[in-house]
Design a protein around this ligand. Structure first.
Ligand code: ZN
Ligand code: ZN
Length: 305
């Protein structure tokens, strides 16, 4: 399994540095790091040229990047799923021809959980090839988290609990699939995504009120063989913490979690691989000592110590 990947970041006992703001983080040699959540013009909400992402990953010294283009099937918002596998696969083939000797380039997909469309989603995934399948929860019930009007009539706490309830439904679905011998999803994306929007719309978040539900989500991830991601996109969006934040990462370690995935969720080349120093120091603080890396749907756990 593990594969010839070398451990080479500073880690505990490694070198430390201070940035201009006085914060301390770890010097990381990026040679074992993979950005496993990012987008290009093959996603509806992104115009970035895929090759620009590859060049940015090379400049950061990453070992690999995995594109995870959006697959959205909500029956009202996305009557026609805009995902185009043929065009996307052709791009991946071209990029591999040009860059495969220098960096791993993965073909992944970000699937939005839509319980009323799961038969369609599962059929699609079974008939296409990926390195990595992300499961994302962007809705709670029929409400899109990212639309302010969808919060009408709900307090931040009520809506946030509904969001985590819905996520629990999603991970329970994955656990049930595994019970039938089907492992369809690899990574659970941006676990407390809801806070990005409650902070934007209402100026606060209620994640800390939902520890009971988050515990259930994390425990079910372990049972479902689903790896949670540390998503660093919020660090580029005026929030001071990743998704999830450090308390949830610590809790995952306490509940028995051994490995997490890193994802920038970059929609521009500048974002690729950003914030990973912070994510790695959070993992260390939580006693989680492996990164989960996916190729051809197989997981490798890269040790950090
Ligand atoms: Zn997402
Ligand atoms: Zn994304």
């Amino acid at each position: 399994m593990v594969c010839g990947l070398r451990r080479c970041w500073g880690g505990l006992g490694g070198k430390r540095r201070s940035d201009a703001g006085g914060k301390t983080d770890y010097l990381v040699s990026a040679m074992t790091l993979y950005d496993q959540h990012l987008h290009s013009r093959h996603s509806f909400d992104c115009r970035t040229e895929p090759a620009a992402n590859v060049k940015a990953a090379l400049a950061r010294g990453l070992a690999g990047l995995t594109f995870t283009e959006h697959f959205d099937t909500h029956p009202d918002e996305w009557k026609d799923c805009l995902y185009d596998d043929e065009a996307y696969s052709a791009t991946i083939r071209q990029l591999r021809e040009e860059y495969a000797d220098r960096i791993f380039i993965g073909k992944g997909i970000e699937v939005c959980y839509q319980p009323q469309r799961m038969d369609f989603i599962l059929d699609f995934l079974a008939s296409h090839e990926f390195d990595l399948v992300l499961l994302s929860v962007h809705y709670f019930g029929d409400r899109p988290v990212h639309v302010e009007e969808a919060w009408q009539g709900l307090s931040v706490e009520e809506g946030t609990r509904r969001y985590f309830d819905y996520m629990l439904q999603a991970v329970n679905f994955c656990r049930d699939l595994l019970g039938r011998g089907e492992r369809v999803f690899d990574v659970l994306s941006h676990l407390d995504f809801v806070k990005r929007y409650t902070k934007r719309f209402f100026g606060n978040d209620a994640v800390s009120c939902c520890g009971d539900l988050i515990d259930q989500v994390l425990s079910t991830c372990i049972e479902a063989d689903l790896i949670p991601e540390i998503n660093t996109s919020t660090l580029r969006q005026n929030l001071d913490e990743t998704m999830p934040g450090d308390q949830t990462v610590i809790r995952y370690g306490q509940l028995g979690g051994k490995a997490m995935s890193l994802g920038s969720d970059a929609h521009t080349a500048e974002g690729v691989g950003s914030g990973f120093d912070k994510a790695l120091s959070m993992l260390t603080a939580a006693g989680i000592d492996h990164l989960a890396v996916f190729k051809n749907r197989e997981r490798t756990e890269v040790p950090l110590t």
